[in-house]
Design a binder for this molecule. Structure first.
Ligand code: NAP
Length: 490
């Protein structure tokens, strides 16, 4: 007889110790490809425990800020090394917890290690400037200093790289962290805390607290000891946090997208199709920069659509751990429902569902949340499927008469995260880069993916117009300027 697998109960990381919640309550993390697999049980932290985590971060921060850049860099380099050593195990856990394919998870794990390495170097580069002074014997300069305690709140779709690209620069600058992973992917969040402890981060500088957003998340936003909140998630939650945060608390919100790819009549259509398929259906369409609209010039619409359907047909859907699978499940039953609901909405609005869009059933599909990629044509720009973020493998093809109309349609949404154009005309590509309302602009590339040393963020409802993530510029969010005027003759 097969023995039922013993499921581990994980604890929260507070002040360098692994602690059980006094609530006595836990919640489960389940494999979206096979809901019979429970990855673990996780603490439902209380308000008091969240406050404890914030207080321990506050008390631990000054010593970390005083640590030399060499010491801070050493911890981050070690974290990179540990992640690399554990790549295959972490990637497998990531696939089991979030659902993306093993190849996608492996890419995410490698990216997390590379981010730690990048920000280890940045610990040495936190710098101000010197300024000429009108007063004799006076030296004026600026200092960049850490903010204090940073709240890190992240979504489930990149449960390793998104927290790492926030936590690594925050630590490099000398801040301490209270981190709440998404409740769908708590295991990856706790593994990250464990790795940072193992890398030698002093106790209390990283605290990982799982539990209800309404208790843990709310306290991480409103507690007066929090100096900054770096959040990635939906616009709806981001907007709420922005209004709740104290005036003295700095915020950085990375939110949703409704990203277009424009296909001009001179595009290499095979390239345009492969960019669209990767952007729309990679990661099961669950990427903030995922392609949800293909705006195609009439002249090449039919040819593009035929090629797109042919390429989409080749996507094998299943458990991301299985070799050859190109698209895993969607995250959970709620995600699945939202996606299927939008497919119905598209049909009711009069768009034509040309391909896919069904819930997959039978055999192992019945144990998970599997949805076929969906391609709609005859989509009008004002339809809900062309306006609202679906966050799933659903693509709306919209016809445009010419370049100018394509730009107007592309900009006619509330979001502005990523946008791509496929063309051989560099002049129009350059004009697109200037006119498009998006923070991330791609030419002959998918809307997803960007170099790790490049600034990341959007405009409109996709991001707060404050600070960019990623790259060197990320250090600005995690540091504040101080101006010093020093008279050296007294
Ligand atoms: P979400 O529902 O907004 O949740 C994001 C995080 O906020 C989770 O940790 C969630 O905790 C927490 N949260 C929810 N309500 C809160 C509250 N009242 N106070 C404090 N924290 C709260 O988003 P999601 O469903 O996880 O992720 C999908 C969204 O993220 C999409 O809109 C996608 O576009 C966006 N995203 C954006 C980027 C980007 O860089 N722009 C990248 C990836 C994803 P619980 O999990 O416990 O509810």
């Amino acid at each position: 007889m097969v023995q039922p697998q013993k499921v581990k109960t994980y604890k929260n990381l507070i002040g360098g110790r692994w602690v059980e919640s006094s609530s006595g309550k836990t919640f489960a993390s389940v494999n979206p490809a096979d809901t019979s697999e429970v990855l673990g049980h996780f603490q439902q932290a209380t308000l008091e425990e969240t406050q404890q985590a914030i207080e321990t971060a506050r008390v631990s921060q000054p010593a970390w800020a005083e640590a030399t850049p060499a010491k801070r860099a050493e911890v981050l380099y070690r974290a990179a090394h540990l992640i690399e050593e554990k790549t295959s195990e972490l990637a497998e856990t990531l696939t089991r917890e979030e659902g993306k394919t093993l190849a996608e998870s492996t890419g995410e794990v490698k990216r997390a290690a590379a981010n730690f390495r990048f920000y280890a170097g940045q610990a040495y580069l936190v710098s101000g400037e010197t300024l000429p002074s009108d007063e004799l014997s006076t030296f004026v300069y600026t200092l960049r200093q850490p903010l204090g305690v940073v709240s890190v709140i992240t979504p489930w779709n990149f449960p390793l790289t998104i927290p790492v690209r926030k936590i690594a620069p925050a630590l490099a600058a000398g801040n301490s962290i209270v981190y709440k992973p998404a409740s769908l992917t708590p295991l990856m969040g706790l593994r990250l805390g464990e790795i940072l402890l193992e890398a030698g981060l002093p106790e209390g500088v990283i605290n990982v607290v799982t539990g209800p957003a309404s208790i843990v998340g709310d306290e991480m936003v409103t507690n007066p000891s929090i100096s900054a909140i770096t959040f990635t998630g939906s616009y709806q939650v981001g907007d709420l946090l922005q209004h709740k945060a104290l005036t003295t608390c700095r915020t950085q919100l990375e939110m949703g997208g409704k990203n277009p790819i424009i296909v001009l009549e001179d595009a290499n259509l095979d390239l345009a199709v492969s960019c669209t398929v990767q952007g729309a259906f990679g990661l099961s369409g669950q990427a903030c920069t995922g392609t949800s609209r293909a705006i195609v010039i009439k002249k090449v619409l039919d040819q593009f659509t035929d090629k797109l359907i042919e390429a989409t047909r080749q996507i094998s859907i299943g458990n991301g751990l299985t070799k050859g699978i190109k698209m895993g499940p969607v995250a959970d039953t709620q995600q699945e429902k939202t996606i299927l609901d939008y497919i119905e909405i598209g049909k009711e609005e009069g768009a034509e569902l040309l391909y896919g869009g069904r819930k997959l059933k039978g055999n192992s599909y019945d144990r998970g949340f599997f949805v076929e990629p969906a391609i709609f044509t005859h989509v009008r720009p004002n339809m809900r499927i062309a306006q609202e973020e679906i966050f799933g493998p659903v693509l709306a093809i919209i016809e445009a008469a010419d370049f100018d109309e394509a730009i107007t349609v592309a900009n006619d949404v509330e979001y502005g995260l990523s946008a791509s154009i496929c063309t051989r005309d560099l002049g129009r590509a350059e004009r697109f880069a200037r006119l498009i309302e998006a923070g991330m602009v791609k030419v002959n590339q998918p809307t997803t993916g960007v170099a790790l040393n490049a600034p990341f963020g959007g405009t409109k409802k996709s991001s707060t117009e404050t600070y960019r993530e990623q790259g060197r510029i990320a250090m600005e969010f995690f540091t504040r300027l101080k101006t010093v005027s020093l008279r050296y003759e007294s």
